[in-house]
Design a protein around this ligand. Structure first.
Ligand code: WQD
Length: 337
């Protein structure tokens, strides 16, 4: 029996493939390589010594999905595939709604055709409304403020309605906080196309000399040092959370949401300083204006995932910095070498 991983060549997807393979599952990946590289899957095979069956193509393509389900005994699905850039989603909302929603609906329908009703969905802390207090708990108010986050919210609602209509389904909605870091081998990691939107890949590209300096988006937030605070979680901890979530779906029914975070906030300058301390490499920065839509503080209460999934994050900010640097210094241009 195999696990289908959509978007499995991506940053979180490739790390999850490693952990699924090492947990003894067979893995099948479908990915259109829009925001990823097939090289990542070769590296997954190198790390694990196991093979990944890879189908290049789009999750919107039902004929392709039917081929995958007819050629493989799929037991459950982890659904990562989707566009994920907040800023791009504001400029191109219809591209995000069409791709992220249509691909998910196509996937659900073909899963139903083949009687596969176990799904782990890659959701996001972005689904929480901006006026919640921290730490965020799964029962708090939802309300995304950008099209990317709205696609995650709409898909959560679609999956809740699906499970309410058919008790054979089991869906885990995993709300990621801020995934950073890389596998300890230095062979896989975050490889954003173009200028990184997110903090850690930007820091590491300054450190490796691809970018001049870090722009710190505001230092007048209500935090320890005035810079934005987020719940950074090591991507390997996050990947292990997916293994636990698959196990939960295989033994349960219904739909439930889980925060995958550490429960701790780290500011922009604290993360930058930790990176400098761990690597010994300076990361010049300037204070720049706030970025629209950013919140002061976002961090999780991760107790439910511990209680229900028997999962908790274990790696530290220092691990995240050290592992990021090993990946970035070994692969200055990511997979584009
Ligand atoms: C973190 C902090 C910035 C870049 C986003 C998505 C979210 C999720 C994770 C998908 C903030 C500051 C950043 C920079 C900076 N992705 N910053 N200079 O915005 O918390 O979350 O990624 O699910 O959906 O919204 O992450 O890394 O962009 O920002 O000062 O060059 O770093 O202001 O305080 P964010 P981020």
């Amino acid at each position: 029996m195999s696990i289908l991983v959509t978007g499995g060549a991506g940053f979180i997807g490739s790390h999850t493939c490693v952990e699924m393979l090492e947990a003894g599952y067979d893995v099948v990946v479908v990915d259109n390589l829009y925001n990823s590289c097939a090289e990542a899957l070769h590296r997954v095979e190198k790390i694990t010594g196991k093979s990944v069956k890879f189908y290049e193509g789009d999750v919107c393509d039902r004929a392709l999905l039917r081929t995958i389900f007819s050629e493989n005994e799929i037991e459950a699905v982890i659904h990562f595939a989707g566009y994920k850039a907040v800023g791009e989603s504001v400029k191109k909302p219809m591209m995000y709604y069409e791709n992220n929603l249509i691909s998910t609906i196509a996937l659900i329908n073909v899963m139903e055709e083949y009687g596969v009703r176990k799904l782990v969905f890659s959701s996001s802390a972005t689904v929480y409304a901006g006026d919640n207090t921290v730490p965020l708990t799964e029962d708090m108010k939802l309300g995304a403020i950008n099209p990317y986050g709205k696609t995650k919210l709409f898909i959560e609602e679609i999956l809740r309605d699906l499970c309410a209509s058919n008790s054979d389904w089991c869906v885990a909605l995993l709300r990621y906080f801020n995934p950073i870091g890389a596998h300890k081998s230095g062979l896989i990691g975050e490889s954003p196309k173009g200028i990184p939107n997110n903090l850690m890949p930007y820091i590491s590209q300054v450190a490796v000399g691809k970018l001049e300096k870090l722009n710190v988006f505001g230092n007048d937030y209500e935090t320890r040092d005035g810079t934005g605070s987020r719940d950074y979680i090591h991507v390997v901890d996050l990947a292990k959370g997916h293994v636990k979530a698959i196990e939960w779906t295989l033994g349960n029914t219904g739909c439930d949401a889980f925060n995958l975070g550490t429960g701790k906030g780290t500011t922009v300058l604290e993360l930058r300083n930790a990176f400098v301390d761990v690597t010994g490499i300076d990361v010049p920065y300037v204070i720049a204006p706030r970025r629209a839509g950013d919140l002061d503080e976002v961090y999780a209460l991760p107790d439910k995932a511990k209680r229900v999934l028997n999962w908790q994050a274990e790696l530290t900010i220092q691990d995240m910095c050290e592992d990021t640097w090993r990946w970035q210094s070994n692969n200055p241009s990511g997979y584009d070498e």
